[in-house]
Design a protein. Structure first.
Length: 418
């Protein structure tokens, strides 16, 4: 039957009594007979959302979707046949497909919390990015000792596979970069990836931690799996002290399980870590769980110090390259900025530009950034590394029984800070 006035009346009745399922089914059947499938689908889906096993609603849904013959009248009253079990389960309704196709018609069967994350589906659906670094070690000013260490530990074996096989050198491993903030640890990690022609993944604590139980551990596992799938890959763990803090000092059981998961991933228990080079950076290596620094994990440690004179000159030139400058002696400015971090040097250039711009605004004539501006900026901007070395000095003097901070102690002695 397809009498439109009757359908209109039943539609009004269903709107007044939305929980009357027999009435809704009768309306859906009339809509199927009238060729109004999309409307019938909505009503059948509403019934199935309340009674997933309703045979009449399933039949109407199939008819409306065009996968079966038109709907037939209800059978005469009598004993209902017993349901027949299926070895493959009830596959008559594909709920996932229906919810996707009919999302604009029928509300979802189950609501989720507003802040609950969507499930991750494959490497293409990640919150972190697989990058290709365009910088190499040639772009890193100075740091000759750091470069030599990287060459021996990973870059050399990667370039010489025959020698690597001969000496049994694995491509797996980890290197912990530590030192005062702003000295180029992140830039160095990108340069290593660019030097190798490897993929680069940068991970911070915000990429891992999640309020849902077990989600943080799953995020960490997914990230390592992605790195393994893109080998050779440099996996950079920034601020590793936040992610791998000493478990004895953690009050949160969830954070302890995150540290445990990180240890498991570094061991490669669930996957082969060959070709995955883990670089971690921290300003506070003394806060890292000791288990993370055992052989096979972050077993090599490298102190990244403030840039030397040649590196300071290169950094200053980089930050002045697109600014109007005249008569600047980079060597003299580099001499005046000993113990400055790379971030401090960038701030010096920014401050000098502000001086020149202030005068240009006041006089109405554009003035170049001069040597006097640079030296005035050096007097105003103080090195930010001093506070870090004050803390590091205590560690090198009183907590270096194992000798892991010998390089730091030697530098402090050279600077006459101990």
């Amino acid at each position: 039957m397809s009498d439109s006035p009757l359908i209109d009346s039943l539609t009004a009745a269903v709107q007044a009594r939305p929980d009357d399922l027999p009435l809704r089914l009768h309306l859906a059947e009339l809509l199927v007979d009238a060729g109004r499938g999309p409307e019938a689908i909505g009503h059948a889906a509403q019934v199935l959302a309340r009674e997933p096993g309703n045979a009449t609603a399933q039949r109407l849904m199939t008819s409306a979707l065009g996968n079966a013959a038109p709907a037939t009248p209800e059978p005469a009253p009598g004993p209902a046949p017993a349901p027949q079990p299926s070895s493959k389960g009830d596959q008559s309704v594909d709920w996932a497909a229906l919810e996707e196709d009919l999302g604009d018609i029928v509300p979802p069967r189950f609501a989720k919390a507003d802040d609950e994350p969507d499930p991750v589906r494959g490497h293409a659906d990640r919150t972190f990015d697989i990058e290709t670094s365009t910088v190499t070690l040639a772009d890193v000013g100075g740091m000759q000792e750091v470069k030599k260490r990287l060459e021996v530990s990973f870059l050399g074996p990667l370039r010489n596979p025959k020698l690597r096989t001969l000496f049994g050198k694995s491509l797996r491993g980890g290197l912990l970069l530590y030192g005062p903030p702003g000295c180029g640890k992140t830039f160095l990690a990108r340069a290593v990836a660019g030097e190798m022609g490897a993929a680069f993944i940068s991970l911070s604590i915000t990429d891992v931690l999640n309020m849902w139980v077990g989600s943080s551990e799953r995020n960490l596992h997914d990230l390592f799996q992605s790195a393994r799938g893109h080998a050779p890959c440099v996996l950079f763990l920034d601020e590793i002290d936040a992610l791998g803090h000493k478990r004895s000092q953690l009050n949160s059981s969830s954070m302890r399980t995150v540290v445990n998961q990180l240890l498991t991933e570094l061991d490669g228990v669930d996957g082969n870590n060959d070709g995955v080079f883990v670089l971690a950076a921290t300003n506070a290596p003394w806060d890292i769980d000791s288990a993370l620094r055992r052989p096979g994990r972050l077993d090599r440690t490298l102190l990244v110090l403030p840039p030397d004179k040649a590196a300071r000159a290169a950094i200053l030139e980089y930050h002045l390259r697109d600014r109007p400058v005249a008569g600047i002696d980079l060597g003299k400015v580099a001499d005046a900025t000993e113990h400055y971090s790379g971030a401090d040097l960038a701030h010096v250039c920014e401050t000098a530009a502000e001086f020149a711009m202030r005068d240009s605004i006041a006089t109405g004539e554009i003035r170049m950034i001069s040597q006097a501006d640079m030296l005035a900026a050096v007097r105003e901007v103080r090195p930010s590394t001093d506070a870090w070395f004050a803390t590091a000095r205590n560690v090198a003097m009183f907590a270096n029984e194992s000798g892991e901070y010998d390089d730091l102690a030697a530098y402090l002695k050279k600077r006459k800070l101990r």
